[in-house]
Design a protein around this ligand. Structure first.
Ligand SMILES: [Zn+2]
Ligand SMILES: [Zn+2]
Length: 157
């Protein structure tokens, strides 16, 4: 699969928040946790993991919801302050990392998921591709997801 020419851009529904993703992310995968189901309104949400300094916010104002995770750590979920579109999470457990919502990207053609996490809480009718990196809960090690992304995109980063 070929990557686009970076930077690429994305934003919220109303167009107030715009951002730039400067280079290829670490990985792209589906998350089937209950929080993602509630916040996305779908059976899973698509996560794009990247270092925070790989994303530059170009415009708009963010609203933050500090969500306690199951482990008790806080995840800062950030939304457009106007339309409340969900843009990304900043996990306190990984200070340099950002989990961008893939659907906020202007172009999704290149953002092909390489795995599924929290498969234990997936909807019963979701069929997983056994060739992907599938994990029952929160990954303790993200390396398999990152490695699969590097292999898919044929690029070292
Ligand atoms: Zn907005
Ligand atoms: Zn999730």
């Amino acid at each position: 699969m070929s990557l686009p020419e970076f930077p690429v851009e994305g934003g919220c529904q109303c167009g107030s928040v715009r951002y730039r993703l400067k280079a290829s992310p670490m990985s792209v995968y589906n998350c089937h946790c209950k929080d993602c189901q509630r916040f996305s309104g779908a059976a899973w949400s698509m996560s794009v993991t990247t270092s925070r300094d790989n994303v530059e916010q170009l415009s708009g104002t963010l609203a933050t919801y500090e969500k306690p995770s199951q482990s008790g750590r806080i995840i800062s979920m950030q939304f457009c302050a106007h339309c409340h579109g969900w843009l990304w999470n900043l996990p306190q457990s990984a200070p340099g990392m950002m989990v961008l919502r893939a659907g906020s990207l202007d172009d999704l053609d290149w953002a092909q998921p390489v795995g599924n996490i929290w498969t234990d809480s997936k909807a019963a009718w979701v069929k997983l591709d056994p060739d992907l990196v599938n994990m029952p809960g929160q990954p303790s090690d993200r390396e398999p997801l990152n490695k699969a992304w590097t292999e898919l995109t044929g690029k070292d980063h």
